[in-house]
Structures are given as C-alpha cells and as structure tokens.
Design a protein around this ligand. Sequence first.
Ligand code: BGC
Length: 725
Amino acid sequence: MLSLQRLYLTIALMALASAASAQTPKPIDPDKRAAALVKQMTPEERNLLLHGYFSRPNKLRATPLPGAPWAAGYTPGIARLGIPALAETDASLGVAWINGKRAQPATALPSSLSLASSWDVKIAYAGSAAIAQDARASGMNVLLAGGTNLTRELRNGRNFEYLGEDPLLSGVMAGETIRAIQDQHVLSTVKHYALNAQETWQNNIAVDIAEAAARESDLLAFEIAIERGNPGAVMCAYNHFNGPYSCGSDMLLNQVLKQDWKYPGFVMSDWGANHATADALAGLDRESGQEFDSQVYFGAPLAALDGKDAAYTARITDMNQRILRSMAAVGLFEDPPKVGAPDIARGEAAARAEAAAGTVLLKNNGVLPLAKGAKKILVVGGYANIGVMSGGGSSQVAPAGGPALSIPTTYAADDWMATVLHPGAPAKAIAARAGAAARVTFDNGQYPAFAATKAKDADIVIVFATQWTSEGMDVPDLSLPGNQNELIAAIAAANPRTVVVLETGGPVTMPWLDKTAAVLEAWYPGIKGAEAIADILFGDVNPSGHLPITFPASLDQTPRPNLDGLYDTDPGKLRVNYDIEGSDVGYRWYARKSLTPLFAFGHGLSYTTFRYDDLILRSEGNVLRATFTVTNTGTRQGRDTPQVYVTARGKMKGQRLIGWGNVDLAPGASQKITVEADPRLLADWLTPRHRWLLPAGRYDVTVNSSAVSPQLNASTALETRLLPP
Ligand code: BGC
C-alpha cells in the first residue's frame, strides 16, 4: 500500500519525469566549448563575466540593469559569442521573494533542517527539482542553493538553511539537491565555503581550526556534496578561515578545492565577500553583487592587469574557462529558461512530501495519533489560526498568493528580514480532519492563565510554538521566545493531554517536556506545512523524521556556551576557536564528553515499532560493509531510518555516522539493508602526508535507532592503509 507521504512524492517525481522528457540533451564537451569561447574573447570581453551586479531594488541599486530581472545577482552575457547572461536567484528553499517585489509565485519548501530530517535522497531530489523549474519559470538560470555549512553554533540564525551537524548526511543531501537543480538546466552553487557557522559579526569573524579537523568535518561535507552534485559554482563565505578571508584563501580555494578535489567549476564570492583584486590569485573566479564590496575589485583593476602581469593573465583565462565550462556542463547554452507560469501543484506536492517526511515525533506517550472521535480540541498559539513560520533573510520565498502574514522587522520598506508566515492555517487543517462532531477552538496564547482555563475543559490541547530565526542575526539562547515556555507549562499543568508542535529554526530547550503528552518538531514546514502537520497528528501519515542535529539539554553542554561576539562591539578582534570540538561536531562532541542531550541526533519516533537483526560486518580492502535486517514489529505501515555508526577504530574511541538505510515496511514485513562506508569516514586526515589514513585494528560498528540507541553491534579488523590521493 502506498502511504500518503509516498503518494505526494510520487506525484512530484512523475511531474518531473514528464517535464524532463521534453528537455534537450546535455552538450558533450564543456571544457572544449569553454576553451573555444575564451579564445575568441576580445580583451574587453575577457573582463565581462568576472564581476556580477546586484539586481534588485534597495539602497545599493534602484533598478536592475536593462533586461535583468529582479534577482540576487546578474551578469550580462556576451551576445556576439552566444553566451547567455547569468540571472541568479536565492536559494535552497525556493525562488526568493526579493522583499515582496517578485510578482511570480514560487514553491516554498520546508527548511533544509526539515529536509535533512527525512534522510531521504528522493525527497531531496523532488523538492529541489521543483524549485529549479520555478526558477526557470522566473527567467533564472542560476540558483544560489546548496547550503552545506555544518551546525557548529546552535544559535546561528541560518541553521534552517543548512542540513545539520553531520558531514555525510549534509554532503549527501546537499549533493542530491544540487544534482536535481542542475538536471533542470539551472546552475547551482554549494555554499558558504567554508566554516560559516554564525551570523554575529559574520563579515569579520575569524575562524580558527586545524586542517585535519576541518578536512574531517565541514570540508568533508562540501567534498561529498561536490562529488555527488557537481555544482557549477562554489560560493565562498564571509568569514576568515585560518587567517585570510575565505574568498581570499589560497588554502581553501586553490589547494583544497581546485588541486585536491580537482574541482572544474568556478568560485563566486558571497555578496560583499570579495576584499581584493589579488583574491583572483587565491582562486576566486567571480566577484558577485559587486555593489556590496568596498570597490569593484574584479572590474577595471583586474582588467588593467590582463596582458601585463603573467599570473593575472593566466588566471583571467582560467576564470573565464571555469565559468563558461560550468555554463556549458549544466546546459545553459542549449536550454535557456522560459518565463511562464510555474507549476504550483507540482511544487506543492513535493513540499508536502518533504514536510511529512521531515517532521520529527520527539515524544509520544500514546496520545498520538489523535483519535478521530475527540470532541473538544483546543488549538493554542503559534499563529496557528493564520499560517506556518518561515525563516528570514535572502532565502525567503513568497508562495502563490503571497505570505499569510508578514510582520516587519524594521520600519524600512526594504525589510529583507520580515517575519513571514506561509499560508495554510494548522488550526483549520486540524478542524478539517477532526470531523463534524468535533469542536475545534483557538486561543492565541497571549495570556497563559486564560488559555490554561480553556485547556482544562478540552479533550486534547495542541499548542503551537514558534521560533523565528533569520539570516543577519543569531538568537541569544535556545529558549522559545516570548511567553511560550510559560504558556506551554500552564497548559500542560491544566491538561495532561497536551501536544506541542514546534515550528523552529533549530533546537530549542523544553523546560516543560515532562509535563506534556507529545512533542512534534515541524521545523519551518513550508507551503504545505499545515496539511503535513495535521496528517501526522491524525495518523494519516506515520511520522518518520529523524533529527539531523542534537537538541542539547542546555547550552552548557555545547563547545561554546557563550555566543562569540554577541555582546562585542569590536568585531575586528573576533576569533572563534573551532579546535575546541575539532571534527567532533554535534553528536560526536556529546559522545566524546559523555553528555546526555535532550534529544539525540538521529532520534525520531513512529506510530509503529522496528526491530533490527542479524548484523554482518565485512571488510574488503578499504571497504567496510554492514548488512542487517529491519522488521516492522508494530501494527501500522511505517518508514524507518536505521543508522550505522563506527564507535571505535583501532585504539581510538569516537563515534561517526557511516551510513543509513531507508525502508518502508508493512506490519510484519522485513527488509535487508546493506550500508557501505565511505573509507574517508573511517580515516583520519594526516596533514603532513596530505592523505587519509585508516588506522589498523578493530573497528566496532553499531546499528542504531539514534546516535545514543545502539541495537546491534559487531567488530571487524582493518589493516592500516593510506587512501589514494
Ligand atoms: C547570502 C547568500 C546569498 C547572497 C545573495 C548573501 O547575503 O549570504 O547566501 O546567496 O546574499 O542574496
């Protein structure tokens, strides 16, 4: 039987398949094509693709260039050579709304943390292909997507744009989103390269981390995403990396990305992240949103060096080659975007499947799924009578019909950080499911004592709690803002049948947890969030999301309990020491410190139960393979994500995710799963030898239902090995 969640995924994928069949084949040799074009360029043309314009109304630019759409970026093409313009839109969650200026609607996907909670590459593909088709319908051929920064700072206002704390999960999911976008002939970035983990003093912060730790964590996430997705561009980040700015880092750009990973595409700066013409020599290929930089470094100053300085001349040839190579490889020459009405239904089907798969049931004492016969349902708070929360900043999307509510953050007309609720009121979706015999009422939760009085009288109370986060700021702590903790505590004290639905940018603390009956983490659930939440509450969809990020008991458990720079007034001095945790990001830090989190990485409940059996572990050369069986031991169809971790390598203890399975099982059914570990996940980066080394000895492996819940274990021996370069 096809579950409802799978049904929406199937609809989205079928729509894509029919759209894809109309597409033209990719051109053959992008390198040769690019080289031929570069050869034909006049000296003046050699500078045109190397610096892009900001293309939207604000204080920096009142109108876009002639012919350019409202967008994040625009680089005019060269008509004489048949080179199309690059029209660049944000971002990973859909075609950005440009402060409400874009007339065309677009699919608002759930947050990337929601996507990562699905642990499902098919879900990733369907959603990102849909937004790429929206981008084409808006006349865009570049999506500034592929947010891949690991969560090192839980208060980071942009965590919702990223895929959590694990390099394998982040890399695989990001790679799949990029692959999906580019299959639609829209060039995708992967961003923000690298270690760009907080917004406070984002433009000035100096990040320090040992090379080996970076290679085994954040850089590995990018490496995997790039291998899997082949993004046309890498967007370098705002922060300094071990000294220089990321966009001027020879180490990050020339050495790691281009030499070690053999990346053939181009590096574009983040908007305002280019600080010198010499960044070209460090490996930066394109200055973006040039109005944001203190001067246009890659315009006249770079052109003046062409033909006069051998190093710059060679680089300018290479910069053009890389940009054109990516454009050709992705199919931008043959298949330009066609402006038209986007296929809203297809996008919404993908968004709904994603929200259903990404919602995580954190706690359930049996109250969920709700019995259809409940008579008096009280819905409280979280704007649940209006819509669902979304994250602010450049990634903000305006769905069909515009926002359900937009609360300005500033008094400026150009308010890029507004608090936006997407349409679809959860209270209405709940009322529709509850049936004619039920009475569903709503209280906005402003006065906890008042709401608690109403709660006493209800059969069930569903409290919605929201945490708005945004690019441009971090949150000061992990408490739900305003009076929401007080509200939930008061309601739970009045009625033990209290279900909490969280719409948050990332982890929050839950001082009321013990008093509640169930907790659902819906993240920012996107345009079909209300439906997806109601589907899960009433059991039309069996929840299957698993956390891609650890929820700490308190910030004291994290490597940096105080947020770096939050109260500093001198950003020039700001340094963040990532060597505290090194490559032990997230659950690996908790394992190392023997800390018990509130909810562990990988945690997620279902309305059915699963059992794991018969683990067989084999090693062949560098490859470690785990095979085991999953059985649905409950009474409902359900989807599970068993996770495989290595917990000891040779003499070293330490936990690393090495793979996972996705199974959809009917009650009583079993399925065999094989997970093959990428050898880099078993290895250590040896900086002096510039290679990955597998230590010799026994490797202990567990099969878990979360990072802290091993169900099976086995060991095998591996010989010491240097992995090929
Ligand atoms: C963000 C990028 C975004 C760019 C263009 C920057 O502020 O960091 O993620 O793609 O703006 O809007």
